[in-house]
Design a binder for this molecule. Structure first.
Ligand code: AMP
Length: 293
């Protein structure tokens, strides 16, 4: 397994592999890898000749008051996860490699000014004015910018994203269509703890007791899915019933039904929609969703 830190070096390696006709799979991550990330690497390993995992905590997708500085970083453990999963190349650039004007010693606030000096992706407002975009207004612009940079460096045939971040997945699918990017976007199912809690790097902020309380988020979603499958369609009725299952220490930021392709809000719970939730426990923000097919 190779560990590459320079974009040019990686592009050269990829160009050679492409000449040999190799199919390249990319799994973009921010590290602190868990079984959710591993499931994406496994999917790539199954489909592709070469699996690249990028590990990069992307500063420009964080807000000034978010957890960029304390975001969990554990490169040594990540290397082991990647190696065991059969990854061929880890791409682990420094922020200065991805954003030339980034200053290592400066604050995030200072560094976010690079967005004014830099070409970035502007995601259409209809995708960013809802769900997570409401409380994280520039987040998806930052995500799409780094994803496009990774696509340009690696030119993957397929890129793997988790359905855990469903708004991100839908926005990236639409970016690829909109900008004629020659990469297939493969969505992968959510991997959960036994309790139902969706795995997330941010779960490392939770104590065992908070995790137990947080597992009721999935109980709410499961009940919504159950009622939908039983034929209930009234959104308010389904939501009110289901919210009763949430632990009292958890505060909902949003609970919405959206169209699976367009992200449009829906007043009815329908096939081809998903129900998404963001909720806070002691100020730790968690997201989850369930697709109704
Ligand atoms: P992150 O490192 O959090 O940026 O996530 C990298 C990729 O892993 C994204 O495509 C996520 O959607 C995906 N991912 C994160 N958690 C899970 C999970 N529990 N199950 C499946 N995929 C996940």
């Amino acid at each position: 397994m190779q560990i590459i830190k320079k974009a040019n070096e990686l592009t050269e390696i990829i160009n050679e592999l492409k000449k040999e006709g190799k199919k390249i799979g990319l799994v973009p991550t921010m590290g602190a890898l868990h079984r959710g990330h591993k499931s994406l690497i496994d999917a790539a390993r199954k489909d592709c000749d070469i699996v690249v995992v990028s590990i990069f905590v992307n500063p420009i997708q964080f807000g000034e008051n978010e957890d960029f500085d304390k975001y969990p970083r554990n490169f040594e453990k990540d290397k082991l996860v990647c190696k065991e999963a059969g990854c061929d190349i880890i791409f682990n650039p420094e922020p200065q490699e991805m954003y030339a004007d980034y200053k290592k010693e400066a604050s995030l606030k200072e560094n976010l000014k690079i967005k004014e000096e830099f070409y970035t992706i502007k995601v259409p407002t209809k995708y960013t004015n809802k769900l997570c975009g409401k409380s994280r207004p520039d987040h998806f612009n930052g995500v799409c910018t780094i994803v496009l940079k990774l696509f340009n460096i690696i030119k993957p045939n397929v890129a793997y994203f988790g359905q855990k971040d469903i708004q991100q997945l839908i926005i990236i699918k639409n970016m690829v269509k909109s900008l004629n990017i020659n990469t297939k976007i493969q969505g992968c199912p959510i991997v959960r703890e036994e309790s139902g809690l969706a795995l997330s790097s941010r779960n490392s902020y939770l104590t065992e007791s908070q995790k137990e309380k947080a597992s009721t988020i999935f109980k709410v979603l499961s009940n919504i899915e159950l009622m939908f499958n039983e034929g209930f369609t009234n959104k308010n009725e389904i939501f009110e019933q289901s919210k009763k299952l949430l632990h009292k220490d958890i505060e909902i930021e949003y609970l919405e039904v959206c169209d699976i392709n367009t992200l449009d809000y829906s007043e009815k719970i329908l096939h081809n929609s998903f129900v998404a939730i963001a909720a806070k426990i002691d100020n730790i923000r968690l997201i989850d969703n369930v697709v109704l097919s």
